[in-house]
Design a protein around this ligand. Structure first.
Ligand SMILES: O=C(O)CCC(=O)C(=O)O
Ligand SMILES: [Fe+2]
Length: 285
């Protein structure tokens, strides 16, 4: 696994994208698609030029299907994402889960970089890694994701020739990974059938996520998650002390009963603990 992770992480750093072929059994994607079918049937079309009028989207996939966790916690994907993001945070967070259905006749989506939702400086760090899991095979004609390889290097370029875009052909079970700094967009669907896929994205653990994970998975729901999944959706502090409830780890809310009065408890990195201890030792006389 680690050789494959090394190769994929290398491709992702170099090109801004990579494909993991056969990352999951197509049957697992089929089971997820079956659970999502009622949501695809009942969710209204999007409004707005970015989401797309002939496109349907919905989030909260971990609530809609028990099969979503296999995508969100896919070990090689997590290893690659951590390789990309841990230089700038001490834990990664789930940014969103979103099903996207691009209907016949939908135009191509505006090329964009997903990181531009955050207003911080760009070019010196990565904010996000996106993973597209196709439900239907992705092709150039049915709206497969268009990406501009290398566009993560010169991020001042907002637009590149359409002919320079690649559209990786994908089968259910494949995973397409791309950086938040990679220019991309959904394709126009010239075929006669909808193109469905699931996006799972991860961001630096100290950022505000695109989809508000704590509201989408409140304690009554997250209580039934594995501890690892609960931590990914935000029931974990980002040291030092960020993202707490009453100064404690928010996972306290997942217990049977929550005491009304909680004392704050530091969650510091070991280097900060040591620095604080040294500071106090110096002052002791
Ligand atoms: O549907 C796709 O292929 C990509 C969608 C996308 O990039 C987005 O909505 O940010
Ligand atoms: Fe995007």
């Amino acid at each position: 696994m680690s050789v494959a992770v090394d190769i994929a992480a290398g491709d992702l750093s170099r090109d801004g994208l990579c494909v993991l072929r056969g990352a999951l059994d197509p049957a697992a994607i089929g089971a997820l698609a079956a659970d999502l079918a009622p949501s695809f049937a009942l969710t209204p079309m999007c409004r707005g030029v970015f989401y797309g009028h002939r496109t349907r989207r919905f989030g909260a996939l971990l609530r809609r299907s028990s099969h979503a966790e296999a995508l969100v916690r896919h070990p090689p994907v997590l290893a690659i994402v951590e390789r990309m993001l841990l230089p700038w945070c001490e834990r990664i967070a789930l940014n969103l889960t979103q099903a996207v259905e691009i209907h016949p006749g939908a135009p191509a989506q505006l090329p964009h970089r997903d990181q531009d939702m955050w207003a911080g400086p760009k070019g010196s760090m990565e904010y996000l890694v996106n993973v597209m899991w196709p439900i239907d095979p992705f092709t150039r004609s049915n709206g497969g994701t268009r990406l501009w390889p290398g566009s993560h290097v010169d991020q001042d370029v907002a637009e590149l020739p359409e002919d320079d875009a690649v559209v990786p052909g994908l089968a259910p079970g494949d995973a397409l990974l791309f950086l938040g700094s990679t220019l991309h967009g959904g394709g126009g669907n010239l075929s006669g059938a909808p193109r469905r896929g699931v996006i799972v994205s991860y961001c630096l653990g100290w950022l505000k996520p695109f989809e508000l994970q704590w509201l989408v998975y409140p304690p009554a729901i997250a209580r039934h998650f594995s501890p690892e999944l609960a931590a990914l959706v935000g029931y974990a502090q980002h040291r030092p002390n960020l993202g707490n409830v009453e100064g404690q780890c928010p996972s306290i809310l997942l217990g049977e009963s929550v005491p009304e009065y909680l004392g704050a408890i530091d969650a510091l990195r070991p280097d900060q603990e040591a620095q604080a201890a040294a500071f106090l030792a110096d002052r002791r006389d």
